[in-house]
Design a protein around this ligand. Structure first.
Ligand code: NI
Length: 263
């Protein structure tokens, strides 16, 4: 059941949000399936679609709340969830605190969420339902001018924002610098915000990410290519007790969000 949800999210991600992830996956596969460190999901903090709604299917599968994160400038809060099975990917869910945004943004977001047309089932089928509201380019641009994050959720609805390769599992690349060089040589553009490698062994987590694919989104009035999903790479280091750190680093996650900047 857990695998089915993650498989459905992966298929939706490849189809709609990040087609190039398939090629990265193939480049890094070495016979064994890639280990997914975590997935990330984005939403608005309205009760119908908020963090708790998105988290419910994962809690239903046995996931537990672990860490909380605050991104003051981006007006986001996030939580991460872990499953007792250490092989299960972690889940990182963020939500935009729309009460801290302009009245125009709040009205636009409420107008979208009011059109929500999907059952919020605890099995999580809604997580791969994409966007069930209509959206004009004018609203998209109004949101994007204030919050790239708001524009992303408005354009795509539900779905995974990124999947993450556990780099420690790869035998070909033990460090992110070499992996990044390899990806760049294969034509992928990396997120350079705060440097290509975010974090350090001292904070027990290093991360890098591609810039999001530009994907075609249908608006009321036209079609536009807008930032979709991206692929992340994470390398975890042991804590003083010898166990690998499983949390996230706010300063790094803050820069990872910028993989969906419109440039
Ligand atoms: Ni991530």
């Amino acid at each position: 059941m857990r695998t089915a949800l993650f498989d459905a999210l992966w298929e939706d991600f490849l189809l709609r949000l990040c087609p190039s992830a398939r090629r990265i996956h193939q480049l890094l596969m070495e016979g064994e399936p890639l280990r997914n460190d975590h997935i990330a999901l984005r939403t608005f903090n309205l009760p119908e679609v908020g963090l708790d709604t998105v988290a419910a299917p994962f809690i239903h599968l046995g996931y537990e709340r672990k860490g909380e994160y605050l991104f003051e400038q981006k007006k986001l809060v996030a939580e991460h969830f872990e499953h007792p099975d250490p092989d299960a990917p972690k889940v990182f869910i963020s939500e935009l605190q729309i009460g801290k945004c302009s009245a125009e943004l709040q009205m636009a977001v409420r107008g979208l969420v009011a059109q929500l047309d999907v059952a919020l089932d605890v099995e999580g089928r809604f997580l791969t339902s994409g966007r069930t509201w209509t959206l004009s380019t004018e609203t998209y641009q109004l949101l994007a001018a204030e919050s790239e994050y708001a524009a992303w959720v408005a354009a795509h609805g539900f779905g995974a924002n990124h999947f993450t390769v556990d780099v420690a599992q790869l035998s070909t690349f033990s460090d992110l610098e070499r992996l990044n060089e390899y990806l760049a040589a294969n034509g992928f553009v990396l997120n350079g915000a705060g440097g290509e490698v975010k974090g350090s062994p001292e904070v027990m987590l290093e991360q890098s990410a591609t810039m999001a694919d530009q994907v075609c989104v249908i608006f009321d009035d036209t079609e536009l290519r807008v930032p979709g999903g991206f692929y992340e790479f994470a390398k975890r280091y042991p804590q003083p007790n010898g166990e690998l750190y499983q949390g996230f680093v706010t300063a790094s996650a803050d820069k990872i969000f910028e993989s969906t900047a419109r440039g």
